[in-house]
Design a protein around this ligand. Structure first.
Ligand code: DC
Length: 223
């Protein structure tokens, strides 16, 4: 599943646990590629909504997932989403889009439709740091290093509220709903892979979390 020469690190965890910023920084320091698999679900939800598709219909969403009308591209700073030639990356970060993404991500056929493109991110690269909900369990089950990040729910919500200028209670409610939805769905639910290193980031600084992840990578490369 991993391409022969690529080293894969997966970082999974609930909403706003710091996965994106930590995984991006680790990839940057190593000079490796980075992908947010959530961008695939967010991009698809945004585009399906923009095209007026029925988001409660699994087949309608799969049809859009398989259409050539959209694309995802990795860059060191962002996992970019294009609707045709239009870059819609700046539109997909909002909690409202996260919530739509969570809804469509419960459809097994939607997940299957995105899997190949997610795995392609590891092809032809020296290393890949992939973050999401099922990167270590489903997308890259043979990843050399698997991390699962957790943090106190209130701290995660505070992080998003500050980023997005929403009030804290609204974000706490939305995130709780999304985490419950992601953890309780039948297809590839949010869960720590059995062989993952679990890091609780609540009492740690950003740099400390990055360093812990780097230490696990160094050990795996030596071993
Ligand atoms: O990580 P994020 O907030 O960008 O993800 C948005 C939603 O996409 C998340 O609530 C559930 C879904 N998702 C998923 O089901 N599997 C992934 N690997 C990544 C995201």
């Amino acid at each position: 599943m991993n391409s022969p020469s690529s080293f894969i690190v997966t970082i999974d965890g609930p909403a706003a646990s710091g996965k994106s910023s930590v995984s991006r920084e680790v990839a940057k320091k190593l000079g490796w590629s980075w992908v947010s698999t959530g961008a695939f679900y967010r991009g698809l939800a945004y585009i399906a909504h923009a095209k007026g598709a029925d988001l409660s219909s699994e087949d309608s969403v799969v049809k859009i997932a398989q259409s050539p009308d959209w694309a995802v591209r990795m860059t060191p700073e962002e996992t970019c989403v294009f609707m045709g030639s239009q870059d819609v990356t700046s539109e997909i970060g909002k909690e409202e889009v996260g919530s739509l993404a969570s809804k469509i991500s419960s459809f097994p056929k939607v997940r299957a439709a995105l899997l190949d493109a997610q795995r392609q991110c590891a092809v032809g690269v020296t290393g890949l740091v992939a973050e999401g909900r099922d990167c270590g369990t489903v997308v890259f089950p043979k990843a050399q290093v698997k991390i699962f990040l957790t943090a106190r729910a209130e701290d995660r919500a505070a992080r998003r509220a500050t980023e997005q200028g929403h009030d804290l209670e609204h974000i706490v409610r939305e995130q709780q709903k999304r985490d419950a939805q992601d953890a309780n769905r039948k297809a590839a639910p949010l869960q720590a892979p059995a062989d993952a290193h679990v890091i609780d980031t609540t009492e740690l600084s950003f740099i400390e979390v990055v360093e812990k992840v780097e230490d696990f990578i160094v050990s795996a490369r030596q071993g």
